[in-house]
Write a new protein. Structure first.
Length: 290
C-alpha cells in the first residue's frame, strides 16, 4: 500500500503544479471526480481504489496559436508505470496525429523511469507539434485543390420531326427526372428537347430515349461549360419543363399541328438561348414587331 499511496500523492502534486503553470480557464481540464476520489482514498488510507486520474492540457503552438490537446490517463502506479498520453488537434490530419504521438511515445520512453513526466510531455508537444501542423496544412491545401476539380455542365439540344405520343413523353420526363436533368420537352411538330446536367447523365438520357424506330431525331448542338463550383449555378432551367405553345394556324389538336415558333423563340431568349434557334432550324429567329 505504501508505494501506491506514494504514487497517488505524487500524481496529485503534479496536477497542482500543472494548474499553477497553466492557470487560464480551459488550459487544464480535470475529469469529473477523479481528484476528489484520490484525495478521499488517501484520507481513508484504504478501501476500494479510486478512479484513475484523467485530465487534458491544452497548449498553443506556433504564431497562429493552434491548440494541441494532450490527453492524460494515469495508472494507479504512475510514475512507476508509464502514463497513457495522446496528443490531438482539429488542425491535425489523422496521419500527422499518428506521427506526432509516435514521436511523443518515443520521447517519453527515453526518460528515466519512476519520474513524473506529464509536464515534460506537455513541453515536448509544445515544442515539436509545429512541423506536423504545417504538414497537415499542406495536405489540406492539396486536398482542397483536388476537391476543386473543374466540373462540366453538359447541355444537349435535340431536334425531332415531331413528339406526340403520350408514352414517349412519359419516358422522356421519367428519364430526365431519374438522371437529375433540367431543361424542357417541346411537344408537337417539330419536337425539341433540351437537357442539361452532368455529361454522363445527358449521354445516358440520349441513349435511353433513342430507340430503333425513332428515325427522325438528332442532337443538333452540345454545350460544355466548366466551373470550379457547382454545375447547378450554370443551369439555364430550374426543372424539366413540359413546353407546349399554341398551335400555329387552324390545325387544332390534329397530329400534324405546328408549334408557334415565335413563342418558342421568345422562350429561348428568356433563357439566354436565342442563338440556338438558328442552330435548330437553319434560319435566324426574329420576333415580330409589337
Amino acid at each position: 500500500a505504501a508505494p501506491l499511496r506514494e504514487c497517488l500523492e505524487l500524481q496529485l502534486l503534479e496536477v497542482e503544479m500543472l494548474l499553477s503553470m497553466f492557470p487560464k480557464k480551459g488550459e487544464v481540464n480535470l475529469d469529473g471526480e477523479a481528484v476528489p476520489g484520490v484525495q478521499r482514498y488517501l484520507r481513508r488510507a484504504g478501501g476500494a481504489l479510486p478512479p484513475q486520474l484523467r485530465y487534458s492540457v491544452a497548449v498553443e503552438v506556433g504564431e497562429a496559436k493552434v491548440k494541441v490537446e494532450l490527453q492524460v490517463l494515469l495508472p494507479h502506479m504512475y510514475p512507476h508505470v508509464a502514463p497513457q498520453l495522446f496528443a490531438r488537434s482539429d488542425a491535425l490530419h489523422r496521419q500527422q496525429q499518428l506521427e506526432l504521438n509516435t514521436g511523443l511515445a518515443s520521447h517519453i520512453s527515453s526518460l528515466a523511469s519512476g519520474e513524473l513526466c506529464v509536464y515534460e510531455a506537455v513541453q515536448w508537444v509544445k515544442e515539436n507539434s509545429l512541423p506536423y501542423l504545417e504538414k497537415s496544412q499542406i495536405s489540406s491545401e492539396s486536398a482542397s485543390k483536388e476537391v476543386r476539380v473543374q466540373e462540366t455542365l453538359h447541355r444537349m439540344w435535340i431536334y425531332s420531326h415531331h413528339i406526340y405520343r403520350q408514352e414517349l413523353r412519359k419516358k422522356i420526363f421519367d428519364c430526365a427526372k431519374k438522371l437529375n436533368l433540367t431543361g424542357f420537352c417541346l411537344t408537337g411538330k417539330p419536337g425539341i428537347i433540351c437537357v442539361e446536367g452532368l455529361r454522363e447523365n445527358c449521354e445516358e438520357f440520349w441513349r435511353d430515349i433513342r430507340y430503333p424506330n425513332w428515325k427522325h431525331i438528332s442532337c443538333k448542338h452540345v454545350e460544355n461549360i466548366e466551373t470550379e463550383g457547382s454545375i447547378d449555378n450554370l443551369r439555364l432551367f430550374h426543372a424539366f419543363e413540359d413546353l407546349q405553345f399554341q398551335a400555329h394556324g387552324d390545325y387544332g389538336l390534329r397530329n400534324d399541328y405546328h408549334m408557334d415558333l415565335g413563342q418558342f423563340l421568345e422562350f429561348l431568349k428568356q433563357h439566354q438561348s436565342g442563338h440556338i434557334f438558328q442552330i435548330l432550324f437553319g434560319v435566324e429567329g426574329k420576333l415580330p414587331d409589337k
